[in-house]
Design a binder for this molecule. Structure first.
Ligand SMILES: [Zn+2]
Length: 403
């Protein structure tokens, strides 16, 4: 819990810096209190409500007045995390989840308050439904336990480990904090190698959450659960602008993370992290090009009036990965990203041909084939100019495409 709180709030809160046994009892007590009350919520019959954090505007989580009244989410039954959005200059902001949120008081009232006028459980229903109707336009009482409309679709407003009503705005604040924490990691933790390695991992795990949150917007579908049995749930696809904003966030981070992640002060104590960075970057690329994400984007596009097509999506990735400065193009990690991208596209095409695919896969393949055709001519041109190592790299990419 200490690592968790450190990775989420050390940029704002000097009290969480230092070794674990130096942290004041009150702060650790708050963390234990939150975890215990969440579990007691379950014993009283409450389900997870992952939408409770979506009730709060991102900027409110930077306000001392708001956060000291409401904490970080409208319910302790979300995975309501410590305030990773608060920036170092936001003085006096509340950083921990609430003791209880408005949603918790309401759901306990709904479940346990006696209704003396009712003679049977069925007779209670009218009053219970009235209580829900009274809160139906208030975001504090939003509920979401289901993630999306099933079949792999994700709802970016029903995420675990996230805070606020805009995952990308929140992720940008979070990532900014991660960079500050990594820059000061030795000073803010210790120079003991084992401890430093653990803390580095904790901070980067938190950073990886921002990628998961962003990815949920790709082909995402918002679900509005109905409390009325005669009205079905409603599904609204994430807009083209919001999807491409999420992809841009991920790619910008990927293209600018190598230097701050490979901090020489940390490497001097625990060794270089460069191979792990490149491995992780490869994982992000294969996740962006996984069949599940591509199918989600395609299905979301079929539900939208202004669709973000798989072709648009692949074109955006290509643009980011291949229109880079000469300095980036000469780096090993950039070449690794480009190689992973082409390998993954080629793999998707081959696997699909091998297993025959299914309806959605077949449609995606047309876009993948088009993108690979575009690459063939681009890579052939690039293999003829540039530095000797650059020529070798593009020749290699050409050989992958030619399979
Ligand atoms: Zn739980």
């Amino acid at each position: 819990m200490y690592q968790w709180r450190f990775a989420q709030t050390a940029a704002n809160d000097p009290k969480i810096r230092g070794s674990e046994n130096e942290i004041e009892e009150k702060l650790m007590g708050d963390l234990v209190r939150y975890a215990a009350s969440h579990e007691i919520g379950h014993t009283l019959g409450l389900k997870h409500n992952y939408k409770a954090s979506y009730a709060f505007p991102v900027d409110s989580l930077r306000s001392p007045g708001f956060t000291n009244t409401y904490g970080t989410a409208a319910s302790i039954m979300d995975y309501a995390r410590n305030n990773y959005i608060a920036q170092p200059e936001d003085k006096g902001v509340g950083l921990t989840p609430p003791i209880l949120g408005p949603y918790d008081y309401f759901s306990i009232q709904w479940a346990y308050q006696p209704i003396y006028s009712a003679k049977s459980p069925e007779e209670e229903l009218e009053t219970l439904n009235e209580w829900i109707a009274e809160k139906s336009n208030d975001k504090m009482y939003l509920f979401g336990a289901k993630n999306g409309m099933g079949d792999g679709c994700l709802d970016p407003s029903v995420l675990t480990e996230s805070l606020g009503d805009d995952v990308i705005k929140a992720a940008k604040y979070g990532a900014k904090n991660t960079k500050l924490i990594m820059h000061n990691l030795v000073e803010w933790t210790s120079d003991d190698p084992d401890n430093l390695k653990e803390m580095q991992e904790a901070v980067l795990n938190q950073y990886n959450q921002y990628f998961k949150h962003a990815e949920a917007r790709l082909g995402g579908v918002y679900t509005f659960e109905s409390t009325n049995a005669t009205h079905p749930d409603k599904f609204v696809p994430v807009s083209k602008v919001k999807q491409s904003e999420a992809l841009n966030f991920m790619l910008e981070e990927l293209l600018n993370q190598y230097d701050w992640m490979n901090n020489p002060e940390i490497s001097a104590i625990i060794g270089s992290y460069d191979l792990d960075i490149m491995t992780n970057q490869g994982k992000v690329i294969s996740s962006l090009l996984s069949r599940s994400v591509l199918v989600r984007i395609l299905r979301c596009a079929t539900m939208s009036t202004q669709p973000y097509t798989v072709g648009d999506y692949l074109g955006d990735i290509t643009q980011h990965l291949f229109n880079v400065s000469n300095k980036k193009q000469e780096s090993n990690w950039m070449r690794n990203l480009q190689t992973e991208y082409i390998k993954q596209l080629q793999k998707l095409l081959k696997d699909n041909n091998a297993d025959g695919g299914h309806a959605f896969n077949n449609l995606i393949m047309a876009d993948i084939k088009t993108e690979l055709d575009t690459f063939r001519s681009m890579v052939t041109t690039k293999a003829k100019k540039g530095s000797p190592s650059s020529k070798k790299h593009f020749n290699y990419l050409k050989s992958i495409i030619e399979g």
